[in-house]
Every structure is written in structure tokens, then in C-alpha cells.
Design a protein around this ligand. Structure first.
Ligand code: MG
Length: 384
């Protein structure tokens, strides 16, 4: 995913009780600011700017040690000024690059959140996660007496909030001083006339505000995840043609592979492995060969769909391992390109993607070069 990010960690933490300010406290052994910085970098944020309070440079360097791809800028007296300082640090980025503005105090942002926001940005000037208000709302008057207030149509706004850089910059430039301080960035875009879309919020995007929130965050941080493994196998027959597509990479050859889609056995085996890890059927069930829509289809679509199914369960892909089995074409010189393609399709670092190739020593159907086969493993983590 292609986006930039501004993480705001410059607040005074005035409601959070004793101790260091929020960004520099630890939850489950990691500093608050490190949680979302790690998550957004892993989701592909580039560049990523952390807005810190003056004098916090050493705290940031210590908290984010070992991570690559972040810089810091010093924030302002109020949140809106801190965000604008973060945007100023992105001044050389393209106008249409999405930017996610995120509160450091919301630790548990995931790739799935980011993907939903970027998708929503296709049809709106801004997008944010929001939770419908579920509790009955009471308003108190000066005497403390309570009356009920309707909750219909009310939502709790969370972060990250997504915009195009130019849209957010223009909106801040147009914000009238007499309007006071905006309480989030979407409000600034709304005021400038932009359409803001809501994507489903997540209780895990809770904001650390009060001392008791830290205990809740500790519990969430230790929420048990199950590690699950899936395996897949696929084979396709050779037919006339001038090349094959394997793991998303075109390889010139004196035959092609026969199949309803692009016959990419590597991606088919891997898609089945990912579906297997979450117990969600197989590729033929999700993409029936009887459906003409999948004729000649790029099998990357199947793989992405399997990834989205994992993420929809709150899960994440940990690593994949594909073995391609054929005598010819020779694959060793294409392995690096196949790994890169898989890493891009799956939003994974390259060291969590393996592609191997082997032969069957001239035995069997791959040995006779009637076709080729692929097998794959996928490891995922999903909430227990
Ligand atoms: Mg197949």
C-alpha cells in the first residue's frame, strides 16, 4: 500500500495521571508510540513522520530504535498545529499521496484498518474509522440533573484518518481562526466542504486517555492469537504457447499452462494454503471455473481475496513458502522476481516470502514434462 503517515505524539497527556507522558509509557513492554509506528511502517507507510514535543528527540530515538523509515518534527501548542507541522514535513511528497493522521495513543492500528481507509478514500475527500454510539446518552445541566439525548446517527470518531495530502493542506489553510480548535482532522475537511466517509471503527482503536485506559490496553495487547497453518497443492498441464506465469511472474517457455484463469499454479497453491489456514474452503469454491468472469483472470486477484478474508477476521499473514515442481522451465533465475511479486501482492516483507523450485528427477508427470505442480504453506495469526 502506498501512503504516508503523521503520528501525533506531542500532546500534554494532562488526563493520563502520574508518570512519563503517554507516548513514552510502556504497554506490554513496548512504548506507546512504538506500537502504531511499527504497525504503520509494516503496512507500508512511507514517509512516516512522528510529531513530538520539543525536547523529546532522545525519547523518540530510544522508543523507535531499530525501526527504519521514520523521522520526527516538533509539534505546536495545540493538536491542529502539530498536525500541520507534520504535513509541512511531507512538503515534497506528491499532492495526491494519501496521508494517514494518527494519534500515537491509539496503539492497535492494523493493516486491515489502513486498507479499509485507503479504499474509502477512492470515493471521498476523507475517511475515518467510527463506532456507532451504543450506550444511551445523558446530558447533565448545571445542577447535575440528567436528561436523555438521542443517539441515532451518532458515532465515535477514531484515528487513523485518511486524506489526500493536498486536500488536507488546503482544508487547514482555509480553517477560520474564529472557529477555534478542530478536535480532529476530518472536521477540518468537512468545514472546507469535503465529503468524509466512515469505515467501521474498532474497539481496539481505543485512545489511551485516563490512567485506567492503560490497564485496558495491557489486556488488549495480550489478547491471545492463534497461529494456524494451511497448505495447498495445484497442478496444471502444459499446452501450446510461449510462456508460463508462476507466482505472478511471466517466464518465457516453449509451452504454456492450460487453465481457466492464467493457470498460475504457484498462486493457486498459495491461495489454497491461505484459505486452508482460516478454514474457509478452497479456490474453486470462491472462484468457480464455471464463472466466465475468471476466464484468463490474473490469479493475483484470488490471492488478494484470500488475504482480505484473513484480515477480515482480525488476522494477519505471517509467512508463506511456495515450492514449484517442474523439469522445465528452469526457475532459479526467476525466484527473486517471484518473491518480490508475492511480497508486493501480500504486503509482506521479503524475508517472510519464500519461493523454492525442485524437480522430480524425471519421474512422474512433472518429470515427463506433461505439466507442472506447486505446493505451498501459509502461516497466519488470528484472534483466538
Ligand atoms: Mg489451478
Amino acid at each position: 500500500m502506498h501512503f504516508s503517515a503523521v503520528i501525533v505524539a506531542a500532546g500534554a497527556s494532562s488526563r493520563a495521571g502520574e508518570g512519563p507522558r503517554k507516548p513514552w509509557r510502556r504497554v506490554a513492554g513496548r512504548t506507546v508510540v512504538r506500537w502504531s509506528t511499527e504497525a504503520l511502517l509494516a503496512a507500508g507507510a512511507a514517509p512516516l513522520v512522528v510529531v513530538i514535543a520539543e525536547g523529546d528527540e532522545a525519547n523518540a530515538a530510544e522508543a523507535l530504535a531499530g525501526l527504519d523509515g521514520w523521522t520526527t518534527v516538533v509539534g505546536g501548542a495545540v493538536r491542529a498545529q502539530s498536525v500541520q507541522n507534520g504535513l509541512a514535513a511531507l512538503q515534497h511528497q506528491p499532492d495526491d499521496l494519501p496521508v494517514l493522521i494518527h494519534d500515537a495513543a491509539r496503539l492497535f492500528v492494523t493493516e486491515a484498518h489502513v486498507r479499509a481507509l485507503l479504499d474509502a478514500l477512492d470515493g471521498a475527500e476523507g475517511a475515518l474509522p467510527a463506532l456507532p454510539v451504543a450506550d444511551t446518552l445523558k446530558r447533565t445541566d448545571a445542577s447535575g440533573a440528567a436528561t436523555t439525548t438521542p443517539r441515532e446517527g451518532l458515532h465515535r470518531a477514531q484515528t487513523p484518518q485518511a486524506f489526500r495530502l493536498s486536500v488536507l493542506r488546503r482544508a487547514y489553510a482555509a480553517w477560520p481562526a474564529e472557529a477555534g480548535e478542530p478536535t480532529d482532522d476530518a472536521q477540518v475537511v468537512e468545514r472546507a466542504g469535503g465529503r468524509v466517509a466512515l469505515v467501521p471503527g474498532d474497539p481496539r482503536l481505543m485512545k489511551l486517555t485516563y490512567p485506567e485506559d492503560f490497564a485496558m490496553a495491557e489486556m488488549l495487547a495480550q489478547a491471545p492469537m492463534l497461529t494456524r497453518v494451511g497448505q495447498g497443492f495445484d497442478a496444471h498441464r502444459f499446452g501450446p504457447g510461449d510462456g508460463v506465469t508462476l507466482c505472478g511472474v511471466w517466464i518465457a517457455h516453449d509451452h504454456s499452462l492450460i487453465g481457466h484463469s492464467d493457470a498460475d499454479a504457484g498462486l493457486h497453491a498459495l491461495t489454497d494454503a491461505m484459505l486452508g489456514a482460516i478454514g474457509d474452503g478452497d479456490i474453486g469454491e470462491h472462484f468457480p471455473p464455471s464463472n466466465p468472469r475468471w476466464k484468463g483472470a490474473d490469479s493475483g486477484v484470488f490471492l488478494r481475496h484470500a488475504l482480505e478474508l484473513i484480515q477480515a477476521r482480525g488476522g494477519r499473514l505471517i509467512n508463506v513458502d511456495v515450492t514449484l515442481i517442474c523439469e522445465r522451465p528452469k526457475l532459479s533465475s526467476h525466484r527473486a522476481a517471484m518473491r518480490e511479486r508475492l511480497a508486493a501482492l501480500l504486503d509482506l516483507p521479503i524475508d517472510r516470502v519464500s519461493v523454492k523450485a525442485t524437480t522430480t528427477e524425471a519421474m512422474g508427470f512433472t518429470g515427463r514434462q506433461e505439466g507442472l505442480a506447486a505446493q505451498a504453506l501459509a502461516v497466519v495469526q488470528v484472534p483466538a
